[in-house]
Design a protein around this ligand. Sequence first.
Ligand code: CTP
Length: 410
Amino acid sequence: MKFLEGKTVLLGVCGGIAAYKAAELCRLLVQEGATVQVIMTAGAREFISPLTFSVLTGQPALTEIFKPGGEDPLTHIDLADRADLFLVAPATANILAKLAAGLADDLLTTTALAVTCPTLVAPAMNVNMYAKAAVQENLATLERRGWGIVEPEEGFLACGTTGKGRLAGLERIVAACRRALAPGDYRDVAVLVTAGGTREPLDPVRYIGNYSSGKMGYALARAAWERGARVTLVTASPLPPPPEVEVIRVQTAAEMLAAVEGRFEGSDIVLKAAAVADFRPVAQAANKIKKDAKQGLNLELEPTVDILAYLGRRKKRQILVGFAAETQDLLANARQKLQNKHLDLMVANDVTRPGAGFGSDTNIVTLLYPDGSKEELPRLSKPEVAHRILDAVKNLPGFPKKGTRPEREE
Ligand code: CTP
């Protein structure tokens, strides 16, 4: 879902070395369909030219509170009135102090005081500066007043040190923007997502696995987070998970079962996107199995627990969503699983179709409901499929009626 489409984002750029990343951020926000209006501090202009932003956004980057000749003194009010989102990235220690104190001595800070839309800061600075009590207290003040904070990441900093202070990844900043503008229809809803293909070890160097990448589950976790959910992601995928959500890494079906079982009681929705191994080796060799070229190798396998079927037998208020990856008789097989596992929704996909299934960035799914109805979705990106699934779940009977946007103090 394009929460940024048609929205006006005021992007404040401050004077830090990460200012150059704000150019790429502009491009991503524009790609999401937003109109981006950049406001630069004097410091930012030392690092990057306003022309860069003007070209990328199609809007003149603003730098001055007063135009030469004294015209147009109301720019900050006009800007604030048009804004759907106010974002400062990168935010320096100086701007955080000014915002927390309510100072208004340039176009960015006066506009910040005038906006009534959601507000976000993405700080970036030296590790010691970021750790200083003054900076942390200013951030705490802003957070208490309803500002969203996109925390910096740990890593190599421009000053040559390593630590927390590097501007958050741009994908994370864009996700935070989407969350700020999303309807909040999952706010306070506890969503448990499983992702990836489990691996059942044969010996210390080999496993039985499948081609699932985890991308669909990750897209669901992020989409639910964007819509305000409290998300726990149990993942068997080696891909880096979305950083905003609680992550539990597992490898085998048994580990996934243990992780899910312990969290089922506290969950409202379970999205079971993982491709769980149906069988595992009866015995795991302590040492690497050596080849004997004259003989084949027979593996003895035993069934794993069907986690989803187990949850289906135990569920009380929880909404259970299953995923059926099929290569033949898609709808009949998927419908059978919907019934047998007592699901509230089944997401069926034929993994043999180009543009669908394991590893692909897109998916083509059909949503099956317990009353026999179905909804076929076109080929969509996995994030778009994720939002369509969440739309469907929201309309199911039993969806918790919690989602409201919290009050802002400011
Ligand atoms: N599933 C599970 N635990 C298992 C096997 C599957 O929780 N041991 C869940 C998957 O996460 C998915 C759904 O069941 O949401 C359907 O998985 P799928 O592999 O398509 O079906 P199976 O029930 O395993 O049947 P089959 O392999 O025979 O198609």
